[in-house]
Structures are given as structure tokens and as C-alpha cells.
Design a protein around this ligand. Structure first.
Ligand code: PHE
Length: 342
């Protein structure tokens, strides 16, 4: 009996097989357990000799089981260590790293500066209805400003009775959407893509603008001026800027002003904040009463200022980039040259 079990223990190839051997010997219905139960029916003399021998047998089998279990566990561990081995000294595989596009970087800078001044971010669709893009902004169908916008019109099949849509030509329609969404007071900027049929060194058919809109009980042109000066100082990272407000005309603001920034062009390099040249950077004005009405705001109670700025344009000025088209050509050499890619 003893050698049978010792042999079977030695032959058990894994822990499941070993457990089977243990049950058949020492389990409740095991052979050795059975023999030990019989001791009760023996005479005291028989019990003394048989009992001692059985105890020894049980202890021996038990010890062999434990030793074998430990051996199997160690073997399993060795196997795992061998198969899951990792060479932590191998050099890493280099992976190309992406970077944020310059226009996105500049948009984030602009958003952060206006956020500090309490402006939230508003958004609107790039495929915009004719009404939001023009009519609500005081540009009725026959208005000459419509021609100046070089608009992309969305195609409509005959019988399509949806209202006409365009690719938005500016971010100004978001003014109307913001007014409708929250009512007055409002302090938002709206950065985003806009589209015009135009292509040369400083124009691409898709470009980016950021709209600003502040509406409250006593908003004035002075606050517009301060807001824009603060922004330019922070954005161009100069101690002071000088802005020139040139009377202009936009249908959706009255009065309207185009804003120039003082700069110099020495030896072909642009310096913002000093010099004797002026560079146009944005359009602005006091929100026209008709525009407030279109947005559901009472012009007797509220006034506001608005401005619109080309994001790509101010990015070109800040980083000294001569050709706007390069922004959208995804040329890694160009991006690296201006420090926009690793
Ligand atoms: N929407 C105008 C443009 O695209 C800019 C502008 C915005 C002017 C807000 C005045 C007020 O040229």
C-alpha cells in the first residue's frame, strides 16, 4: 500500500492529478481513511500494532503529498518565470509624436486670454442658414455686403423646401445664436472656421475667425477699446500696444471701426507695439439695434460691442509667417521650422 501511494504521488504530473491521489488515500472515502475507521472494531491489542502502523503510513503519505505539491508549485513558477521573462534593458521603440496644429494652439491662447477677462466660449454650425449668416445681421437679400462675402452656397435640388444654407462667411452668426441661447447679459467669444471663395498669399477658402460679443446695461466703445488693448498686449506679449480705431462700416454694428495696431517693419521683420506703421487686425463696433432685436434682446435696455478677428492672420503676425496657405499644407518641414512640430 505504501509503495503504491508513494509511486502514484511521484507520478502525478500536475496539482489536479496530485489532488486525485490525495482524495483516494486520505479523503473521507479514501483507502487509508477507511482502514483507520476499521480500527474501532478491533481488539485493543490488534489496534495497538495496526494503529501505530497506519498512523505512520498516513503521516508518510501526507508528507510525500506535501513535498510533491511544493515541487509542482515550484516547477509551475519556474515555467512562468521562463515564459513571461522581459528584458527591461532593451531600448524603447521610438514612436513619432504628434503636435497641436498652430491654428489650434493660437485658438487656445486667444481663448485663455479672453477667459481671464470673463468671456465664455460659444459655438455655432459651419453650415449656417442664410438667415443667421446674413438677414439676422442686418444684411437683407439685396444688400451689397452679400456680394463682398464670396459666399459658398449649399446646393439644393428643385423641390427641396429647406431654407437656404451657406458655409458661414464669418463667425458673426454665432452672435445671434448666443443671444437666443442665453439672452442678456452676454460675454462670449466664438472661435471657429469660416469660408470664402478666395485664394492668394493671405487668403485661403477656409480660415478661422474669433468673434467677441459683450452685452450689458451700459456697454460702451471705451470698454471695447480696453478689451482689445488688453487682449493684444497679452497675445503679442508686449508691455504696451497702441490701437487705432478707423471709422468703417459693417451692417451689423453702428458705429463701426476697423482696428489697426502700431508696428514696425525693420529689415523685413515685423515688430508689434512700436514703430510708425499700422496694420489692420480686426473689425468691430457697437451691436446694431436691429441685430439685438433679431437675437431677441431689447435694444432700449441693453447695448453691446462686437468684434471679429482673423485667427490665422494674428498667428501669422505673431510668428512672422509670410504665407497663410502653408498653414493648411501639413508640411512637416514647415511646421518644424516655426517650432510647431517636434
Ligand atoms: N464679421 C466681420 C468680418 O468678417 C467682422 C466683424 C465682427 C465686424 C463683429 C464687426 C463686428 O469681416
Amino acid at each position: 500500500l505504501r509503495s503504491t501511494y508513494l509511486d502514484r504521488i511521484a507520478a502525478a504530473g500536475d496539482e489536479t492529478a496530485l489532488e486525485q491521489v490525495r482524495l483516494s488515500a486520505l479523503g473521507k472515502k479514501g483507502e487509508i481513511s477507511g482502514l483507520m475507521k476499521e480500527l474501532g472494531r478491533m481488539t485493543p491489542e490488534e489496534r495497538q500494532t495496526r494503529g501505530a502502523a497506519l498512523n505512520r503510513l498516513r503521516d508518510e503519505v501526507d508528507a510525500a503529498l506535501r513535498a510533491r505539491r511544493e515541487g509542482l508549485e515550484n516547477a509551475a513558477l519556474d515555467q512562468r518565470l521562463k515564459s513571461e521573462w522581459l528584458d527591461v534593458t532593451l531600448p524603447g521603440r521610438p514612436r513619432p509624436r504628434g503636435t497641436i496644429h498652430p491654428v489650434s494652439q493660437v485658438t487656445e491662447e486667444v481663448t485663455a486670454i479672453f477667459a481671464d477677462m470673463g468671456f465664455a466660449v460659444a459655438e455655432g454650425p459651419q453650415i449656417e442658414s442664410d438667415w443667421y449668416n446674413f438677414d439676422a445681421l442686418n444684411i437683407p437679400p439685396e444688400h451689397p455686403a452679400r456680394q463682398e462675402h464670396d459666399t459658398f452656397f449649399m446646393h439644393r435640388d428643385p423641390g427641396d423646401d429647406r431654407p437656404p444654407h451657406v458655409l458661414r462667411t464669418h463667425t458673426s452668426p454665432v452672435q445671434i445664436r448666443a443671444m437666443q441661447a442665453t439672452g442678456a447679459p452676454i460675454r462670449v467669444i466664438a472661435p471657429g472656421r469660416v469660408y470664402r471663395m478666395d485664394m492668394d498669399q493671405t487668403h485661403t477658402p477656409m480660415f478661422h475667425q474669433v468673434e467677441g460679443l459683450a452685452i450689458d446695461r451700459n456697454i460702451s466703445m471705451a470698454q471695447l477699446k480696453w478689451t482689445l488693448e488688453e487682449f493684444c498686449r497679452a497675445f503679442f506679449e508686449v508691455p504696451s500696444v497702441e490701437l487705432r480705431f478707423r471709422a468703417s462700416h459693417f451692417p451689423f454694428t453702428e458705429p463701426s471701426a476697423e482696428v489697426d495696431i502700431r508696428c514696425s517693419w525693420e529689415g523685413g521683420t515685423l515688430k508689434i507695439g512700436e514703430g510708425n506703421s499700422w496694420l489692420e487686425i480686426l473689425g468691430s463696433g457697437m451691436v446694431h439695434p436691429k441685430v439685438l432685436k433679431a437675437g431677441g434682446i431689447d435694444p432700449e435696455q441693453w447695448q453691446g460691442f462686437a468684434f471679429g478677428m482673423g485667427i490665422d492672420r494674428i498667428a501669422m503676425l505673431k510668428y512672422g509667417i509670410p504665407d497663410l496657405r502653408a498653414f493648411f499644407e501639413s508640411d512637416l518641414r514647415w511646421l518644424r521650422h516655426y517650432g510647431f512640430a517636434a
